[in-house]
Write a protein that binds this ligand. Structure first.
Ligand SMILES: Cc1cc2nc3c(=O)[nH]c(=O)nc-3n(C[C@H](O)[C@H](O)[C@H](O)COP(=O)(O)OP(=O)(O)OC[C@H]3O[C@@H](n4cnc5c(N)ncnc54)[C@H](O)[C@@H]3O)c2cc1C
Length: 451
């Protein structure tokens, strides 16, 4: 028998394992068959109970500001995952509707012995889970398969700085970098039949904006994610220290895969270790992938208003309030921002990069959000438009990283006060002159501005 998963990765709701039904793994954040602690736990429990295991996915026809671009990426990747699950004798049961409600429905049909699900701190996911718990769909185990160090263990409160969070992560990291077991065929075959959807019918349920089209430069799915990791390690990681130059392609491009859980950050770190890679570029990459990324989940876990001004630290709310009446040099409408029609060619180019590719370069995301603050009536409105555009166009949007990154740029989250200036108060400021010192701004504008 393989080693059971570390129990600290699990949060249990009513743990009386009874019933003879299957173990049902409700997948809604970590869309992968390999290296997935939630799935591994579900299968291990099913082995103990000697019952089949099934995976459940419910497509919500409208999700935050997602468009066809993100749904297409998710569904194509999920088809590949469904095939890998089938090889292990695990069906993927598909439905559409409100995921909380549909989960309650399938629970009453299957009477599972145990429900296992993904941890996710976003408000909408907490509501789904609450619906399921309110209806008594237990025992239920929530597994953190997104973070290497489970979010609840890393810290039991909101961390105000990476400086205080980093040692907490590093204290636990080695203990949680345990290897993943492979997914063998499950010995208790699924015999049930449940009414549901297939992939083509799921697509007909979508009620999303189809004007934001799928992209072709990035293939969805677990295999493509691992190929991207290999390409990054072989060809780009060595140059990672120049990652703040948006004209150079040195970043990993893993964020869309990480967002949809098509690859696990733990699997990435284990791959780096297996290859014996060291050096400042490896440390810098792990800092982003582990410390910064897990800090974002910490922020959203302990800040329910993570996308609002009230979620900013007190000093930031006060300084923004004091400067609320400052004259704005420019004010733009939603449409002008959306269409990249500001006076600033650099901002417009960044917007075009996001709109056309679904992935704006990381350095420019900071500049982009700060300028939205500078050119909006107030911080609340700036948050609204930045979150909307980020969630609408970015493949990796609707993620704790996005809400935290925007709150960092506009609301000083995980930052400190800087020199006081108009509009920003003591929130860190960025301007084009700073960008020019870092990279060839004209070249970037030439690349991304439509002819
Ligand atoms: C305003 C703003 C909005 C952002 N929106 C998002 C978003 O919607 N989704 C998203 O995943 N990231 C977001 N980020 C964080 C970061 O910019 C992206 O994760 C990164 O650009 C993704 O590209 P990559 O995978 O090639 O990065 P790499 O540099 O190769 O980094 C590897 C991984 O580390 C993580 N990471 C990198 N930088 C950060 C960071 N600052 N905070 C947390 N994790 C990080 C990501 O998971 C990333 O995929 C945002 C940052 C800002 C300032």
């Amino acid at each position: 028998m393989e080693k059971m998963i570390n129990p600290q990765r699990i949060r249990k709701y009513d743990d009386t394992l009874s019933g003879s039904g299957p173990v049902l793994y409700w997948m809604h954040r970590d869309f992968r068959a390999r290296d997935n602690w939630g799935l591994i736990h579900a299968r291990q429990q099913a082995l103990l109970l000697q019952v089949p295991v099934a995976v459940f996915f419910c497509l919500q026809p409208v999700f935050l500001d997602a468009t066809l671009r993100q749904y297409d990426f998710l569904l194509k990747g999920l088809e590949e995952t469904a095939a890998a699950l089938a090889e292990a004798g695990i069906p993927l049961l598909l439905r559409s509707g409100d995921p909380g409600v549909e989960m309650v429905r399938i629970y009453s049909e299957l009477q599972p012995s145990l429900v296992v699900t993904d941890f996710d701190p976003l408000r909408i996911k907490r509501q789904w889970l609450q619906t399921v718990l309110d209806q008594g769909c237990t025992p239920l185990h929530k597994v953190d398969s997104r973070n290497i160090v489970p979010a609840w263990l890393a810290s039991d409160h909101r961390e105000f700085m990476a400086r205080t969070f980093r040692p907490r992560i590093h204290r636990h990291l080695a203990a949680f970098l345990d290897p993943f077991p492979v997914l063998p065929a499950h010995p208790y075959p699924w015999t049930g039949s449940v009414a549901g959807e297939d992939f083509p019918s799921l697509r007909t349920r979508l009620r999303v904006d189809t004007r934001v089209q799928p992209v072709s430069w990035l293939q969805p799915g677990e295999k493509a994610a691992h190929q991207m990791l290999t390409d990054f390690v072989d060809q780009r990681l060595a140059d990672y220290m120049s990652r703040n130059d948006p004209n150079r392609h040195v970043c990993s491009d893993l964020s869309p895969y990480l967002h949809f859980g098509m690859i696990s950050s733990q699997a990435i770190v284990l791959a780096l270790q297996r290859r014996g890679l060291h050096g400042e570029e490896v440390d810098a990459f792990v800092e982003e992938l582990v410390v910064r990324r897990e800090l974002s989940d910490n922020f959203c876990l302990y800040t329910s208003d993570y996308d609002q001004v009230s979620g900013f630290p007190e000093w930031a709310q006060k300084t923004l309030q004091r400067h609320q009446g400052d004259r704005r040099p420019y004010l733009y409408s939603d449409e002008q921002f959306d269409q990249g029609q500001t006076h600033d060619p650099l901002w417009n180019a960044a917007q075009y990069q996001m709109v056309t590719t679904g992935k704006m370069h990381g350095y420019l995301r900071m500049y982009w959000a700060k300028k939205i603050l500078e050119w909006s009536e107030d911080a609340g409105r700036a948050m609204q438009i930045a979150v909307y555009l980020n969630d609408r166009y970015e493949l990796d949007g609707r993620d704790s990283n996005g809400y935290t990154g925007i709150a960092w740029a506009i609301g000083g989250v995980h930052d400190r006060g800087w020199a006081e200036r108009p509009i920003f108060g003591t929130i860190r400021y960025m301007n084009e002159a700073g960008a020019r010192r870092k990279f060839d701004v004209k070249a970037y504008i030439r690349t991304w501005t439509p002819a």
